[in-house]
Design a protein around this ligand. Sequence first.
Ligand code: NAD
Length: 276
Amino acid sequence: MTVPQIELNDGNSIPQLGFGVFKVDPEETERIVTDALEVGYRHLDTAMIYGNEVGVGNAIKALGIPRNELFITTKLWNSDQGTDSARDAMDLSLEKLGLEYVDLYLIHWPRPDLDLYLETWLAMEKLKAEGKTRSIGVSNFHRPHLDKIIAGSSTVPAVDQIELHPAFAQRDLRSYGAELGMHIEAWGPLGQGKYDLFSEAALQSAAETHGVSPAQVAIRWHLQSGIIVFPKSNSRERMAENFDVFGFELSADEMASIDAIDRGQRVGTNPDEATF
Ligand code: NAD
C-alpha cells in the first residue's frame, strides 16, 4: 500500500495519511505506536501537551526504521508561546522524542488573547533555519491569525491543522488555504466519536457499495478532498482498517453526498474562545 505524498510549500513532502496519538495513554504509547509503525504508518502526529512524546520516541528507536522514512510532527503548547520559551519547548520535545529534528513543528492554538503568536511564529522560522524542524506550520488558526503571521513574517505556514470532518467541513478555511498555498490537516477526522458519523446515510451507502466500513469511507473522503489526515485508534485492528483505504475510490456523487453532511457542527473548542 503506497500512501500518497503531498508536497508542502517549502518543498518538503508529507505522507497524506498518518497516525495521531491524542489521548493515547503515555504508558501505552510505545506499544500503540509500535503497532501503528508495524501496520505501515510512517507519519505520526503528537504534541507536547499529549504527554506521550517519550513513548513515540521509544517506539521509533526500537523499530529502527530509517529516520528519513518517517514524518514526525509535534506541537508547541500555549504556555510555551514567546521567543525564548518556544526555543526551550522545541529542545524539550526533541529530547523527549530522542530525535535531532522533527519534520513539522506547529503552534498548537493561536490563543489570540495572549497576543504572542506572531512573536512565536518568528521564533519558529529560526528553529527551521537551524534545522531543528524541517517544516513549520500552525494549528487551529483562523483567517485573521493567518493574515497576521503572513503579514509579519516571510513564511506562509506549510499547514494549518484544524478540526475537520464531514459535519464540520471547513470549506472557507480550505479555500483560503488553497489560495495561500498552505495545506490543510484534519484533526478529529472521525468526529472523535462524539457524534454518530458512521450512521450517516451517505457513509453507509458508500460503505456498502465498496464493501468497506463507514470509517474507511470517511478517511477516503478526506484523502480525495486533498486533506492530510491521521485518525487515531488504540486497536491494531482498527489501525489496519484505517490504513487500508487505497483499494477503492469514491465516485463524484458519493463525494458530493458526503460533502452535503456539513452542518457546521464542531466537536471541539472554537479557537477564538480557547482559554486553556
Ligand atoms: P478521531 O476523529 O481520529 O477519532 C478517534 C476516535 O475514533 C477514537 O475514539 C477511536 O476509537 C475511533 N475510531 C478510530 N478508528 C475507528 C474505526 N475504524 N471504526 C470505528 N471507530 C474508530 O479523533 P482524534 O484522535 O481527536 O483526531 C486525530 C488526531 O488529530 C489526534 O490523534 C491528534 O494527533 C490530532 N488532534 C489535534 C488537535 C489539535 O488541536 N491540533 C486536536 C485533536 C486531535
